[in-house]
Design a protein around this ligand. Structure first.
Ligand code: ATP
Ligand code: MG
Length: 320
């Protein structure tokens, strides 16, 4: 699909026909798409969808069975030295040498990319931006989980890569750092860095990402701009609180999407279920309303819809 596209010069990552299996598990089942230069791109999907497998193949940590990856035109197998230099990957797993001190780890990593003392001011800036300055001489084993993740983020950025890939960087990270990290990533993005993010915090993806791919069972289910994705499903939610703890009429029960704190949330298809029809049904049943409001679908609703993972309702019971 990719090789002859007219905007090949605008492509940061070209993922072409990737397949990978672990024994009988088909982790990636033919994945092809491009990520444009300078994009803030979200890679979403349920647990086990294949996101980390894809990222680990891009980072050359895992070998694909089939297919290829190009990073700014450099093939990650044939031209791995150049490709590697162009990407910074924050892996999902916290892997590090427990005895190294934070600063040493970052300087060694810079050296690995051929950067010497000239990288030290940038390392200092990374330590300060990621709130690690007072931990610079701590051994890795003495850091908390969230701090270790910060060091891995700094490590991925040490050689100023034009493409940054973050595999669940905010897992186990406190709210403060999450904000700091996103401000920092937005700054890098504004300067032209391509940022690829996987996260299970869908509101994060909704706020940050310009385009999103949803992967499920090793395949790309959808790849769209965030606004397109949010507008793709013609439904909305209507939350009702019935007066005098009345019972919902039979005809409306199939529309119930969730219940919380005495409120009922109905999922209304725009063409099929006009709000006026709901009110008419309530009136006909002699029911009064105490409270009512509508809500547009957010990324979490779309995600659940697309991955059909109704076994995992939202943590708040579906009514938000
Ligand atoms: N090293 C491995 N050995 C065997 N199976 C693996 C290995 N790595 C991944 N898998 C399997 O491949 C599939 C995809 O896993 P992957 O880690 O890519 O998912 P993911 O989308 O990153 O999930 P999560 O959101 O939980 O991080 C899963 O079924 C997983 O069990
Ligand atoms: Mg993963």
């Amino acid at each position: 699909m990719n090789t002859c596209s007219p905007d090949a010069g605008n492509v940061a990552l070209r993922i072409d026909g990737l397949r990978k299996s672990y024994g009988k598990v088909q982790a990636l089942d033919g994945v092809s798409f491009d990520i444009r230069r300078g994009e803030f791109f979200g890679l979403l999907g349920p647990n086990g969808a294949g996101k980390s497998t894809l990222i680990n193949i891009i980072a050359s940590l895992v070998r694909a069975d089939q297919g290829s990856i190009g990073v700014l035109g450099h093939d990650t197998v044939r031209d791995w030295r150049s490709a590697r230099r162009l990407i910074g990957v924050v892996p999902q797993e916290l892997v590090f040498d427990p005895f190294f001190k934070v600063l040493d780890m970052l300087r060694i990593q810079a050296g690995y990319y051929g950067c010497g003392r000239e990288a030290w001011p940038w390392i200092d800036e990374l330590l300060s931006r990621l709130d690690l300055a007072d931990k610079r001489n701590s051994p890795m084993r003495a850091l908390s989980g969230g701090m270790k993740r910060r060091v891995l983020i700094a490590q991925a950025l040490v050689h100023r890569p034009p493409v940054v890939i973050l595999d669940e960087p905010t897992a186990g990270v406190d709210v403060e750092l999450r904000r700091t990290l996103w401000t920092f990533m937005n700054e890098l993005h504004a300067k032209g860095t391509t940022v690829v993010l996987t996260t299970h915090y869908l509101e994060e993806a909704q706020d940050l990402c310009e385009r999103i791919a949803i992967i499920d069972k090793g395949r790309v289910r959808v790849i769209e701009t965030t606004p397109q994705l949010l507008n793709r499903h013609p439904f909305r939610f209507l939350r009702l609180k019935l007066a005098n703890s009345g019972q919902l009429p039979e005809a409306l029960r199939p529309l119930v999407a969730g219940e919380k704190d005495g409120s009922i949330e109905l999922r209304l298809e725009r063409d099929k279920h006009p709000i006026s029809g709901v009110f008419a049904a309530l009136r006909a049943a002699g029911l009064d309303l105490e409270d009512v409001h509508t809500r547009e679908p957010d990324l979490e609703d779309i995600f659940i819809e697309l991955t059909h993972d109704h076994s995992r309702p939202a943590a708040n019971g579906g009514a938000r």
